[in-house]
Write a protein that binds this ligand. Structure first.
Ligand code: KG4
Ligand code: ZN
Length: 363
């Protein structure tokens, strides 16, 4: 049997330049550079600033990951890269770098869906995913409850998605209203430690008996938190930020974990995997643990540093795709900034747009 190749993973969909090296489900070395501080004064990620930062960071990050793994460039046997979803200009940088490495090293290239990367992150810590498992994916841009079979080969089943804001987006936007620094999620988590989660009765959307059991909505919660802050400030009182943050975090964690556990029970699945940036939230983690234990469900959550964006998770998907025999991507592979999550392998190839084709046919 031939040894599995070392997979170089590159992630650049947002403000983190992540590089990871994975072989046979094992993380050999990684490096993450972030342009977060450059966005802080704008209160959100500025795509062109992120893209330029990726240009500066990607080659040094590859070198740092190789050094951490004690490997040389020539040891790389395949390259995997996030092709979407994410910020177009940021994705382009990672894809261009990945193509350069794949071409120069003459190794296969794989396009990876960013969210599948978040799912695969957990395998680096806890081993292969059981088939099937329920995955709750909660990030800055996405909130979905998934039924995952073979991550590398099978179509991912969406049990439910958010109808409006993502959970992380809700944290980020409310943190801004509360006067907390960017990024908001970790800031809310920090100040919530000193607050009372029962202080403010924030709404739990779509939790009634007639509601879609697995759909999410966080825009009502965001508005309720903003109104509460406005009312309190208008009354002349200082805003009890810790209580607001703890109550907001409780509302988010309550809805996420209740629906995720209900999905496991209904589908008779014994493993829940919680991934994405919001899986780093301390209350989401503790409440998920409590409720899974009560329902006899095994909970898997990646370690904190693998929850937020990184390159190791993209390398992990590449490793799984190679093992499953998925065909590599052509070097003309493109990005897909708004790719829906259907398969882990995402290898869009640029072609004429439907409008250009129609015009050509009409001519
Ligand atoms: O997965 P991720 O790193 O990037 C995306 O793909 O979106 O997720 C980033 C999101 C941000 O909204 C951030 O505020 C949130 O994850 N986040 C947290 C925590 N750490 C990161 N939210 C709540 N509590 C945290 N500790
Ligand atoms: Zn992400």
């Amino acid at each position: 049997m031939t040894a599995s190749p070392v997979v170089l993973g590159i992630e650049s969909s947002c403000d983190e330049t992540g590089v990871g090296l994975v072989r046979d489900g094992r993380l050999l070395g990684d490096a993450v550079a972030t342009s977060m501080d450059e966005h802080a004064r704008f209160g959100g990620v500025v795509p062109e600033i992120a893209a330029r930062a990726h240009v500066h960071a990607v080659a040094p990050a590859v070198r740092a990951a190789l050094d951490a793994a004690g490997l040389r460039r020539a040891d790389i046997g395949a390259v995997a890269v996030t092709t979407g979803p994410g910020l177009s200009s940021a994705l382009q940088v990672g894809v261009a770098a990945a193509k350069g490495f794949a071409f120069a090293l003459d190794v296969p290239l794989y396009g990876v869906h960013h969210l599948a990367g978040h799912v695969a992150a957990d395998t680096l810590e806890h081993g292969p995913l059981p088939n099937p498992c329920v995955v709750l994916i909660v990030s800055g841009g996405h909130t979905s409850l998934l039924l995952v079979r073979d991550l590398a080969l099978d179509r991912i089943v969406h049990l439910g998605d958010t109808l409006d804001d993502a959970a992380g987006e809700c944290f980020d936007k409310v943190a801004r209203v509360f006067g907390l620094p960017y990024p908001g999620g970790p800031a809310i988590d920090r100040v919530a430690r000193d607050g009372d989660p029962r202080a403010v009765a924030f709404p739990r959307a779509l939790s009634g008996p007639r509601d879609d059991p697995y759909a999410f909505s966080f825009s009502g919660l965001k508005s309720a938190a903003a109104r509460w802050a406005e009312r309190t400030r208008a009354g002349g009182d200082p805003l009890p930020v810790a209580d607001g943050a703890a109550s907001l975090q409780e509302a988010v964690a309550d809805v996420l974990t209740r629906k995720a556990v209900a999905a496991c029970v209904e589908h008779d699945v014994r493993t829940l995997v919680v991934v994405g940036g919001v899986a780093a939230n301390s209350r989401v983690r503790s409440l998920a643990q409590e409720r899974c234990a009560a329902a006899g469900i095994t909970l898997r959550v990646p370690p904190l540093r693998l929850c937020t964006d990184n390159g190791a998770m993209i390398a992990a998907v590449g490793d799984l795709l190679i093992k499953a025999g998925v065909a590599p991507a052509p070097l003309e592979m493109s990005i897909d900034a708004s790719a829906p999550l259907e398969y882990a392998s995402l290898q869009p190839v640029a072609g004429p747009s439907p409008a250009a084709l129609a015009a050509a046919q009409g001519a």
